[in-house]
Design a protein around this ligand. Sequence first.
Ligand code: FPP
Length: 294
Amino acid sequence: MSEPSLAVEPGSVEETLLRQIDRSRLPRHVAIIMDGNGRWAGKRFLPRIEGHRAGVSAVRETVESSARLGIEVLTLYAFSIENWKRPRHEVWTLMNLLKEFLRREIRTLIDNDIQLRVLGRWRELDPSVVATLEEGLEKTAAGRRMVFNIALNYSGRCELVDACRKLVDEAAASPGRAIDEAAISGALDTAGQPDPDLLIRTSGEMRVSNFLLWQIAYSEIVVTPTLWPDFRLQHLLEAIVAFQGRERRFGGLEAPTAAPAADGPGKGGVPGELADQPLVGEPPSATAQNSIKS
Ligand code: FPP
């Protein structure tokens, strides 16, 4: 694995923001509601799908920046169950962009030790999408540097329904099985992952939109007016600076010194040890801009 570092221009906004970030208190899990693709396109008198196309560059850069920073889990909300209400052509384009992205980026994910995971009822999607996702999951399964969750055909309520069904089946097979918070966390698509410490929503909308409803119980929420296709390293760093400026009390009166209610997977909350990674690297070069490895 290469030494992660972030290439930023000396004297740039990004460098100033990086210097404000306490590397020992990075959010372990960052979840993002990518919003504003349609408005981005509308402002340019382009069809909505051009906004989604432009949004793919923001996806690529956010995955790269998060891995370089040392984020453990990045979750992007790519397609909700409610998104089926959109015109057929828009849905078709979104699915194709996803397939193209995975085909093009899979080598970069593997080379950079990033593990792809998919949240949601993705197995119900078109067989060509399912096959591309299965290939991505299989080829990146050994990745240890960062988990990259894509939420696809996802709904937080449906995820909870599916988890309840799983637990009911398990309880029927092993009577007396405890149903507690740890059991529910362990039955979700994010089983074994820390809960999001930071939830970012782009485009200024103040809604949770059925995203990770159980897991965001104690997430800090940062809403940026930036439209998703314009979201870059600067905006990710701004959100982390805002996150680090918050006092997280988890319902108590003081910030905890240890993780709250550590009763199982998905307990989330307090960051663990982070590798001592250089965050300010060399100014961007052509190669540094095109791949995650430095
Ligand atoms: C919300 O913007 C965005 C989406 C519903 C889709 C996000 C998808 C991508 C960025 C591209 C493909 C994803 C991956 C992971 C490669 P909107 O259309 O609701 O915007 P609006 O509110 O301005 O209309």
